[in-house]
Design a protein around this ligand. Structure first.
Ligand code: ZN
Ligand code: ZN
Length: 353
């Protein structure tokens, strides 16, 4: 009989169990990590609550392959190397990109692996069980990166979410003359403020409904912060930009109102980047995009070729991480961890096996 480990196994919405699960073993080309920490993503929380993009409306359009182990923001220590694995040694600390590419589809072949049509993210498929466990297997196609010595557990867990934020910022193609708005200052949005500030744009405006997050935004490089509960954001942005509006609006909150706010806040020919994920379909006045302002609408999905830069940025101190992890829980206390994502002072929550 195979050895067992502890893991949080997702069975169905609201039915997650901390239980024994067979410990993975490294086959040829595979690596087993002893998980040292794993962040809770908004996607994990949505999965727990039965999010339709994850559970679908029937078994035919279901994305998640339950029962499986959640969590894609993990890091760990190499515990076992399969036959033929080079480049890594037992004891190395690694992260693996959240997507497990198929290496066969059109996008993988073109190198746009984050758009792989198989779209397998750790934590949602049985062949890509996630990091809410004592051990995790990295399959042959996984894209692994060594975590430099000296990285704290918090920094290691933040590599994945920051890599997603960096991708969204890259999509915005920021110019030095730009006024950049980042809406939604969770751990990723705050980090995007940080990364956008490295481009030295004319102005960065951070938006959030929570004052503690606005404080974080300021610490991370926002010149101005605005709370939509306390002011009319698009009017304020126009006042700050000679009535013209902002050049870039990166939507990182997943709130419907933020979309309309963004389209209204942008100047003619502005760029809108959608990074946040919505609970349902969004309505907005598309005439503003075409006939009105000739806006460019850009999507942002996962992270494309940004892990190395994030690791380099954290190492150099240019990418900051202080305060982005607000709570830490033991893996067995995962329920408290998932609940803490709704706490007023929540940023990123991490679980430690
Ligand atoms: Zn994530
Ligand atoms: Zn593919």
């Amino acid at each position: 009989m195979s050895k067992m480990m502890k893991a949080i196994v997702s069975y169905s919405p609201h039915d997650y169990r901390y239980e024994d699960y067979p410990k993975p073993e490294a086959g040829p080309g595979e690596i087993v990590l002893k998980v040292k920490g794993c962040g809770i993503c908004a996607g994990d929380v949505k999965a727990f609550h039965g999010g339709i993009r994850i559970w679908g409306t029937s078994s035919e359009n279901r994305y998640i392959e339950a029962p499986c182990i959640g969590g894609h923001e993990f890091y760990g220590e190499v515990a076992e190397l399969g036959e033929g694995v080079k480049d890594y040694d037992i004891g190395d600390i690694l992260v693996s990109e959240q997507i497990v590419p198929c290496n066969e589809c059109e996008f993988c072949k073109k190198g746009i692996y984050w758009m792989c049509t198989r779209s397998a993210v750790f934590g949602f498929k049985q062949y890509a069980n996630g990091g809410f466990a004592e051990y995790i297997k990295l399959g042959k196609n996984c894209i692994n990166h060594k975590v430099p010595k000296g990285f704290t557990p918090e920094q290691s867990v933040l590599i994945e979410p920051i890599a997603c934020g960096m991708h969204a910022v890259e999509r915005a193609m920021i110019l030095h003359s730009d006024v950049v708005v980042i809406a939604g200052l969770g751990a990723i949005g705050t980090s995007m403020v940080n990364i956008a500030s490295l481009y030295l744009p004319r102005m960065i405006i951070g938006i959030d409904v929570r004052d503690n997050r606005l404080e974080m935004g300021k610490k991370y490089g926002a010149d101005i912060v605005l709370n939509p509960m306390k002011c009319h954001v698009s009017e304020e942005i126009k006042k700050l930009t000679d009535g013209l509006g902002c050049d870039v609006y990166i939507e990182a909150s997943g709130s419907q109102r933020s979309v309309t706010q963004g389209i209204n806040s942008l100047k003619n020919c502005g760029r809108y980047v959608q990074m946040g994920v919505f609970a349902e379909e969004v309505k907005s006045d598309w005439n503003i995009i075409g006939d009105g302002k000739e806006l460019t609408i850009l999507g942002s999905h996962l992270s494309g070729l940004t892990y190395d830069s994030v690791i380099k940025g954290i190492k150099s101190g240019k990418i900051k991480t202080d305060g982005l992890i607000s709570h830490k829980f033991k893996l067995e206390d995962w329920e408290a961890g998932f609940k803490a994502t709704e706490a007023p002072d929540a940023m990123k929550i991490m679980l430690i096996p």
